[in-house]
Write a protein that binds this ligand. Structure first.
Ligand code: G4P
Length: 526
């Protein structure tokens, strides 16, 4: 039997992120194909919410329901155990994605060669940067007309604010696309448009090898040599440690749809991507190799069927061996719990598992005990941190529309907030409750679920706010003075932290100027 250490070393837990339509679903599917987890392309139910469905959020929830199965995709690839954590494509659920990023050890970013860096990619990269998550970039759709690769590299560097280093290089693009030169492995991969089969590879000795000219023609071979010379001149050698520190992103080029450049990406990924890393708890640093189990809940998936009200809590194993039916302590409640039916996610199937290791995700059936961010341990009193909330983009007052059901409403709101559906703030001036979301859809989801799961009716009332800022200061007096001056705009989040509700960018700017001793944060982790 493999030791705990061996199990940890072979694990690679990561997420693929992109702006919608860049090719995340296609790439995920091709990776599963290589891992033998599926056998034909088209088998992965897209977690993407089709553009046409954006007004029909019930359809979206249905798709989210399907996506429980694809929330975590585990498979073996050679000696490695790979866990891909899926992230919702729709931007209204961006907060889900941020939280998923707290449970991964690295990330692959997919960028469309024609579109370059898009808005959502930029935002997700900010989250990666906050946590120094190692990033690999896959530039996709080389079979289509797109931008000059050097231009793309410059844009990646300036827009994503990370140093880049190409590890493969395309020969032409679009209709003239002939393949990529694999800088990392020194080989030439020739492109034949094909949705199922893998690339033809030409082994070469060096960039001067005449086999390159034979394969792609003299003109393109000469251009390739020129490009490579430029790359060697401009970009320093690939530094693996810099990558692991989250400071340097290796870049690959390919076409996910044509399964081109995907295996090369995967082969390099398993070699350089980090195995589960130590995780900082409030009390101390937790090493994955420690024998005692610890983990945290990063996602709760509710069942939309009112007859089956159970949820699945997704627990990331941080240290030790997780065992079925072993007594574990739920730190927030202090209760000891045993889990008879934890599930693992292998090859897109949910199976009951007897054990799991750091880097793995276990799904635990739950009936309302868990809250996002909860810690489970073998007994030690520790709290994992690092599940930040970001300032919502949209705000509304939530009001009770059925006075007979105020208890139900309160309970419903509390549980939905525990699940992380949205954020709630309580205005200290008038006591009204404010729900903050990333997008309009979340308000509809909340209203529907309150009615159908809790029998409560809510009504939304408009509230125009720019940002919710968490505030702090080393100077207690200054903090009090600020709160007094802005008392109409002060609120508490569900953890009782002070939040300033700024109704415009100007007001926020003025507040920052007038109160230099106060620090304003756009996320709850600081
Ligand atoms: P997403 O999850 O990031 O949103 O993107 P997804 O993989 O669904 O890909 C978006 C569209 O781009 C899909 O086409 C997909 O087939 C296409 N695509 C992905 N990779 C490549 C590539 O390397 N080359 C080309 N030419 N296209 C690619 P669609 O028409 O929107 O969807 P579908 O009807 O094909 O599923």
């Amino acid at each position: 039997m493999a030791t705990l250490n061996e199990e940890i070393k072979r694990r690679r837990t990561f997420a693929i992120i992109s702006h919608p339509d860049a090719g995340k679903t296609t790439l995920t599917e091709k990776l599963l194909l290589f891992g033998g987890a599926i056998h034909i392309a088209g088998a992965v139910k897209s977690n993407k919410i089709k553009k046409t469905a954006t007004s029909d959020w019930m359809e979206i929830e249905k798709q989210r329901g399907i996506s429980v199965a694809t929330s975590v995709m585990g498979f073996n690839y050679g000696e490695y155990k790979i866990n891909i954590l899926d992230t919702p494509g729709h931007q209204d659920f961006a907060e889900d994605t941020y939280r998923t990023l707290t449970a991964v050890d690295s990330v692959i970013i997919v960028v469309d060669v024609a579109k370059g860096v898009e808005q959502q990619t930029r935002k997700l990269m900010e989250v990666c940067r906050m946590r120094n998550t190692p990033v690999i970039i896959f530039v996709n759709k080389l079979d289509r007309e797109g931008r000059d690769p050097f231009e793309i590299l410059d844009e990646l560097e300036s827009e994503l604010k990370i140093a880049v280093r190409p590890l493969s290089w395309p020969i032409n693009i679009g209709a003239k696309f002939k393949g990529v030169y694999n800088i990392y492995e020194r080989s030439l991969d020739l492109f034949t448009p094909n949705k199922q089969k893998v690339t033809e590879r030409v082994e070469i000795d060096s960039v001067d090898d005449p086999r390159i000219d034979e394969s792609v023609g003299e003109t393109d071979a000469a251009k390739l040599r020129e490009d490579l010379e430029l790359i060697e001149g401009v970009y320093p050698d690939f530094d693996e440690q810099e990558y692991l520190n989250g400071k340097l992103a290796p870049v690959f080029f390919g076409s996910a749809l044509n399964t081109f450049g995907v295996k090369e990406l995967l082969d390099c990924f398993v070699k350089i991507a980090p195995a589960p890393k130590p995780i900082q708890a409030e009390e101390r640093l937790i090493e994955p190799q420690e024998p005692d189990f610890s983990g945290f809940v990063f996602k709760i998936h509710a069942n939309m069927d009112p007859n089956h009200r159970s949820c699945i809590a997704f627990v990331k194993v941080c240290s030790g061996r997780f065992e079925r039916n072993a007594p574990y302590k739920h730190i927030r409640s202090g209760k000891v719990m045993k889990f008879a039916a934890p599930t693992a996610f292998m090859a897109q199937k949910k199976n009951i598992v007897d054990e799991a290791f750091p880097g793995d995700i276990v799904g635990i059936p739950d009936t309302g005990n868990f809250k996002i961010g909860d810690t489970l341990t073998a007994g030690e009193q520790i709290h994992f941190k690092g599940l930040p909330s970001f300032s919502p983009e949209m705000f509304k007052y939530i009001e009770n529309d059925d006075p007979m059901k105020s208890k139900q409403l309160e309970k419903g709101i509390r549980q939905l907030m525990d699940e992380g559906v949205a954020q709630m703030f309580t205005n200290q001036f008038n006591g009204r409750k404010i729900i903050g979301t990333v997008g309009q859809l979340q308000f509809e989801v909340i209203q529907y679920r309150l009615l159908h799961e809790y029998g409560a009716q809510c009504r939304w009332e408009p509230l125009s706010l720019y940002k919710a800022c968490w505030i702090e200061s080393d100077d207690a007096e200054a903090l009090e003075a600020f709160k007094k001056r802005k008392h109409q705009f002060m609120a508490l989040d569900t953890d009782g932290r002070d939040v300033f509700l700024a109704d415009s960018g100007y007001v926020l700017q003025m507040a920052q100027n007038d109160f230099p001793k106060i620090r304003f944060h756009f996320s709850s982790e600081f």
